[in-house]
Design a protein around this ligand. Structure first.
Ligand SMILES: C[S@@+](CC[C@H](N)C(=O)[O-])C[C@H]1O[C@@H](n2cnc3c(N)ncnc32)[C@H](O)[C@@H]1O
Length: 242
């Protein structure tokens, strides 16, 4: 596992562990981020376009998707159980609001099951870190975005070695101890959060990678209180003529 690639065996082990987090996913996430996760999700929701089609890659159990109001939405995840739970949550909220139903598709970022130029915006929250081939995923996202479309990524920040060390400490001891208590098991699935965080690169690394994979106006901003980065990039208007 490194900052670009997760090997097949590690990725399938990671996926098993992610599936095991479902019953306690929101509870531990809130604790791990001192409640900031809802604010970060709101920041992304405010940037969604009023019209057009949105794709969330790695929707998990629907924690972000359920509060996307009044927009056409497709949710993608490789884990069928994540999609099953997400559909129940998202359908319920969308029905209550009178929004059209979202679509739920099984797949991975690296092999998106969509035609070229389909989406106006792609967002991915706390999932990019888990993609097994980040460059391949970014190039697939670029392929399915329309010219001028936007990608937004949210994931734990790592500004530099010292910041990364503090983040590692936080996840291993603060989140790890809480997860062990909540999950009532020593070998709890949240240990993989620490593993993927250790191998995740810096904010700058992925800003550069997005530019190299053909996004423009790329920014990577560490947001308060320094636990997460929001990366944004646009597909060039001239995409289809390249
Ligand atoms: C921690 S959950 C994030 C859930 C949700 N987006 C949120 O805001 O909380 C990460 C999700 O990314 C998915 N994932 C992992 N590898 C992926 C890949 N290569 N392509 C797409 N999704 C992936 C996992 O299955 C998991 O459901």
């Amino acid at each position: 596992m490194d900052s670009e690639i997760i090997g097949v065996e590690d990725w399938s082990e990671l996926q098993k562990n992610l599936e095991a987090t479902i019953p306690v996913y929101d509870k531990i996430n809130r604790f791990a981020t001192l409640g900031q996760v809802s604010r970060w999700r709101r920041i992304v929701r405010k940037k969604l376009p009023d019209n057009g089609l949105i794709l969330e890659v790695g929707c998990g159990p629907g924690s972000f998707a359920e509060d996307v109001e009044g927009k056409k939405l497709v949710c993608l995840d490789p884990i069928p159980e994540m999609l099953r739970i997400a559909k129940i949550r998202v359908d319920k909220k969308r029905d209550e609001r009178g929004d059209s139903r979202a679509e739920f598709i099984q797949g991975t970022a690296e092999d998106l099951p969509f035609q070229n130029d389909k989406f106006d915006m792609v967002c991915t929250l706390f999932s990019f870190r888990d993609w097994y081939d980040k460059r391949k995923g970014l190039s697939e996202v670029r392929r399915v975005l329309k010219p001028g479309g936007t990608l937004m990524i949210v994931d734990p920040a790592k500004i530099n070695f010292i910041h990364g060390f503090l983040g590692h400490f936080w996840m291993k001891y603060w989140v790890g101890t809480y997860a062990r208590v909540v999950c009532k098991q020593k070998e709890h699935p949240w240990k993989w959060l620490t593993k993927t965080y250790i191998n995740f690169g810096t904010t700058k690394k992925y800003t550069k990678m997005m530019t190299e994979e053909g996004f423009e106006n790329v920014t990577g901003k560490v947001i308060f209180p320094g636990m997460a980065t929001i990366w944004t990039g646009k597909v060039p208007i001239s995409k289809d003529f390249e």
